[in-house]
Write a protein that binds this ligand. Structure first.
Ligand code: CP
Ligand code: NVA
Length: 322
């Protein structure tokens, strides 16, 4: 049976697993890690971090692998399809095996429930490296990027264009509200955010001074915004819907017209991979307002800070826990 140890472990299942103070502490640490790559070595030993992927990845895989090594640890990248997870071994059994060997479990998968099931039994921190519902590590990096380029997050307006029901939209709502931002989701009527997540974001925003809005008019959403953000129209796992998404999403393309409506000093974010000519034009993503390469680099700094924070606060050590 799971021991009492599991109750005190900190996980990062969704953006609001970090409250405003914790999120700010992680972002401050991310800035410190960016200045001094080896500022903290909580994984010295080396201790191992399992990086499991049920879906493809370039940035997440590389930034976590390099980041874990920077922290003094050993990254173990596992393509879930080549593990027993891919053959249907129960999630909880996998968690119980891993928690006795590794310092943390980082997992990219489909349903949020799968991630929650592992977190429920794991005695080491579980980190969401993207699910169908959230991409919280990406939004931590995005918030670090906003702070770098706009000085602060509080009171800044971020307008997101495209699929309002995908992982990025949901994470901007929760993570952005936690950071005191005004989040505008511009999406076609049929692709609105999950109602409960929107309500959660509004409850957080009421405490932080932020706000969360859903609009169908993309130019209205862009008006005066400090940050324009977008993501692929067809997320991983939704490939069968690609053709039917093109027409409704076309007006939400981040193009020169949206940029012209935004604040003159607006920055442009895209979590990548990008499809030029679909969700964003080449002129915008390759233009002067784009900070997407800083954003991609910040994945490493933000995730290192997150791991250091979770390990200090809740991780109990894979070997000597019992
Ligand atoms: N942005 C992001 O998560 O990229 P990957 O899918 O390449 O990891
Ligand atoms: N919404 C995208 C993000 C990719 C990093 C997807 O889930 O495919």
């Amino acid at each position: 049976p799971a021991g009492p140890a599991t109750s005190t472990v900190r996980h990062f299942r969704r953006d609001d697993d970090l409250g405003p103070a914790d999120q700010a502490a992680v972002l401050d640490l991310a800035d410190a890690m960016k200045k001094d790559r080896f500022a903290q070595r909580p994984l010295d030993g080396p201790r191992t971090v399992a990086l499991l992927f049920d879906k493809p990845s370039t940035r997440t895989r590389v930034s976590f692998a390099v980041g874990v090594a920077d922290l003094g640890g050993m990254p173990m990248v596992i393509d879930a399809q080549t593990s027993q997870l891919g053959r249907g071994e129960p999630l909880e059994d996998t968690a119980r095996v891993l928690e006795r060997q590794v310092a943390a479990i980082v997992w990219r998968t489909f349903e949020q429930e799968r991630l929650e099931a592992i977190a429920a039994v794991s005695g080491v921190p579980v980190v969401n490296a993207l699910t169908d519902l959230f991409h919280p590590c990406q939004v931590l990096a995005d918030l670090q990027t906003v702070r770098e380029h706009k000085g602060r997050t509080a009171g800044r307006t971020l307008a997101y264009f495209g699929d309002g029901a995908n992982n990025m939209a949901h994470s901007y709502l929760l993570g952005g509200a936690t950071a005191g931002m005004h989040i505008r989701i511009a999406a076609p009527e049929d692709y609105r955010p999950d109602a409960q997540i929107l309500a959660d974001a509004r409850a957080i925003a009421a405490r932080t001074g932020g706000s969360a809005e859903v609009l169908t008019d993309p130019v209205e959403a862009a008006r005066g915004a400090d940050v324009l953000a977008t993501d692929v129209w067809t997320s991983m796992g939704k490939e069968a819907e690609a053709a039917e998404r093109d027409t409704p999403f076309r007006p939400y393309q981040v193009d020169d017209a949206k940029l012209a409506a935004a604040d003159p000093h607006a920055i442009v974010l895209h979590c990548l991979p990008a499809h030029r000519g679909e969700e964003i034009t080449a002129s915008v993503i390759d233009g002067a307002h784009s900070v997407v390469w800083d954003q991609a680099e910040n994945r490493r700094h933000a995730q290192k800070a997150l791991l250091a924070f979770l390990l200090a606060d809740g991780g109990q050590g894979e070997d000597d826990r019992r």
